[in-house]
Design a protein around this ligand. Structure first.
Ligand code: FAD
Ligand code: SF4
Length: 327
């Protein structure tokens, strides 16, 4: 596998990035750490002739308890013990992403915008051609769910559910200026799996904002994967919350690695506000999240197993939260 030629642009400010994005409309990708994008380019997946490298943009850096720049390396976030202690699901998630080598290059922004995965997509061009290309690259059908409209590739980033659970927001910049939105609003529930983000053309992610309101709340992120030293999540469950006198003041559950986008289950957790977190209530919540989660057969583990593990992981994550022993 080889990398085809592309033109590399190296802006040094967000304004310059936005200008380049406007000029290259639709003919470029942003390059952060490249740990996801470049392997995909080597497999000839949706190549663009231009790459805009974000490495030299200082504004995209910086880590504090309030803000993490999109170009912060995962390994540097992992070294911030105060930050990880303040947001336990983030700590659990970042330590389990890929390998130390990948975390040394991979960035927070790249992780939130990582391409979705499917074992009919993450293959060489030769392999895909021999089977027949699919909707997500070069073709017009889906090998997983036979129809011609939607791609069901799985969102397999670890940070998104963890950050969604602690009410993180993201800041984006584009031709219309800057805006902030809740992280869960970045992933479009109406998307067709190919267009799957609520980003306007050319917009880039500049930072993640962490709220003071959830700082220090107990929580956890639990990850199911085949090889614990290396693999993408086959399922990732984050829980975060706070109890007052044993009753729920706040509780959020977010699930990734299971469907086309990470999903926060607010309609299921809302009913528990003001209630005691009994074993029965936790079990009922876990079963409800499992029923609401529908993986398809496009990753290594069978969807029925992944789905059944949803309730196991939700139960364990909420129990850890209740014990306040997360982290
Ligand atoms: C062996 C291996 C194992 C892996 N395991 C895991 C895992 O366990 N969990 C996991 O979550 N990931 C895993 N990954 C995927 C990937 O390494 C990480 O998700 C990483 O954080 C991606 O970050 P990056 O900076 O390298 O992104 P890049 O590859 O540079 O970019 C990823 C995508 O995001 C876009 N992008 C990046 N930054 C921005 C921005 N600021 N604004 C707009 N668009 C942007 C790029 O255009 C591209 O489409 C693995 C990868 C490998 C190679
Ligand atoms: S889910 Fe279907 S369209 Fe999407 S990558 Fe897999 S085979 Fe292709």
């Amino acid at each position: 596998m080889h990398l085809d030629p592309f033109e590399l642009h190296r802006p040094t400010s967000v304004d310059e990035v936005v200008g380049l994005a406007r000029d290259l409309a639709g003919r470029f990708d942003y390059l952060a750490g490249g740990t996801d994008l470049l392997p995909n380019y080597k497999m000839h997946l949706n190549l663009r002739p231009h790459l805009i490298a974000l490495e030299g943009v200082r504004e995209l850096r910086g880590r504090s308890l309030e803000r993490i720049g999109a170009m912060e390396r995962l390994a540097d976030v992992e070294a911030e013990s105060a930050l990880l202690a303040a947001y336990p699901p983030l700590g659990d998630a970042v330590r389990e992403i890929a390998t130390p080598l990948v975390r040394a290059s991979g960035t927070v922004g790249g992780n939130l915008l990582v391409e979705t995965r499917c074992f009919f997509f993450n293959q060489s061009q030769f392999w895909r051609q021999s089977l027949g290309f699919c909707l997500k690259a070069d073709g017009d059908r889906c090998h997983v769910v036979p129809q011609k409209q939607k791609c069901y590739a799985t969102f397999s980033g670890d940070l998104a559910p963890a950050l969604m659970a602690v009410d993180a927001e993201v800041e984006v910049a584009g031709a219309d200026g800057r805006r902030r939105l809740p992280l869960e609003a970045l992933y479009d529930p109406e998307g067709d799996g190919i267009r799957r983000l609520r980003l306007r053309p050319g917009e880039l992610l500049t930072a993640v904002h962490l709220p003071a309101a959830t700082r220090g709340d107990p929580g956890a992120y639990l990850k199911l994967r085949v090889r614990p030293s290396y693999d993408f999540p086959e399922l990732g469950v984050a829980a975060s919350g706070a109890l007052d006198g044993g009753r729920v003041r706040r509780l959020t559950i977010a699930v990734g690695g299971a469907e086309m986008r990470p999903v926060r289950h607010d309609s299921l957790t809302a009913a528990l506000v003001g209630e005691r977190l009994s074993d029965d209530r936790i079990r009922a919540l876990a079963d409800a999240v499992e029923r609401a989660t529908r993986p398809v057969h496009n990753t290594f583990l069978l969807p029925d197993y992944r789905r059944r593990m949803v309730s196991v992981f939700v139960r364990r994550a909420v129990e850890r939260l209740r014990e306040g022993t997360a982290g």
